[in-house]
Design a protein around this ligand. Structure first.
Ligand code: GRF
Length: 201
């Protein structure tokens, strides 16, 4: 079974969905570690409640971004982590980290990339007046919200939607698609050629 580590800075609803899907056997991976850069991240509490080792590492305690990430890498190595799953981790990973886990770091973004990159994508899509938005799961590369796309799902914007309504449905969609994407990647039957991720039958 593959080992994953989940990195989260915030509430951790995606983390919770993944952990729940592991617990009920829908997702056959082991979550070896949860890492957060925020001491008060609710995600850490969720992890500990589920009996998963949860590690807070303060970026300010390290001399540089690289030193911080090298420390995280040591923790991952120690626990034989195969894949890193970013779930609302509010730090941009440096090339040092990205190279160490090339095409093995997954991120979820609450819009259909390459549209609406950045931290306010649900609001941005809503204000833009799109009729369709969605969720993207992608491998992480050196650029932000950019790496090869693993999976996407559409979310319709209804005329009656408030931004909060849309946000709730996007999050629901995230919770489903992330587990499915991790499941497929953990099976290992895929190839990445340039930007294209193909899953083998
Ligand atoms: C999600 O919307 C995810 O797409 C984005 O950060 C948010 C994290 O939410 N990358 P949560 O902490 O999982 O609830």
């Amino acid at each position: 079974m593959k080992n994953i580590a989940i990195f989260a800075s915030g509430n951790g609803t995606n983390l919770q969905a993944i952990v729940d899907n592991i617990a009920c056997g829908r997702l056959k991976v082991r979550c070896a570690l949860v890492v957060s850069d925020r001491k008060d991240a609710h995600a850490l509490k969720r992890a500990r409640k589920a009996g998963i080792e949860a590690l807070y590492l303060d970026p300010k305690a390290f001399g540089s971004k690289e030193a911080y990430e090298k420390q995280i890498l040591l923790h991952l190595k120690k626990r034989k982590v195969d894949f890193v799953v970013l779930a609302g981790f509010m730090r941009i990973l440096s090339p040092v980290f990205v190279k160490a886990y090339k095409n093995k770091i997954l991120n979820i973004h609450p819009a259909l990339l390459p549209a609406f990159k950045g931290g306010e994508s649900i609001k941005d899509a809503f204000c833009y007046g799109v009729k369709l938005t969605g969720v993207t799961v992608h491998f992480v590369d050196e650029k932000v919200d950019h790496g090869p796309i693993i999976a996407q799902v559409l979310v319709e914007v209804l005329d009656s939607d408030s931004c909060e309504d849309l946000e709730a449905r996007v999050h629901q969609a995230e919770h489903k698609i992330y587990t499915e994407a991790i499941r497929r990647v953990a099976l290992g039957r895929y190839v990445v050629r340039g930007r294209k991720v193909s899953f083998l039958k």
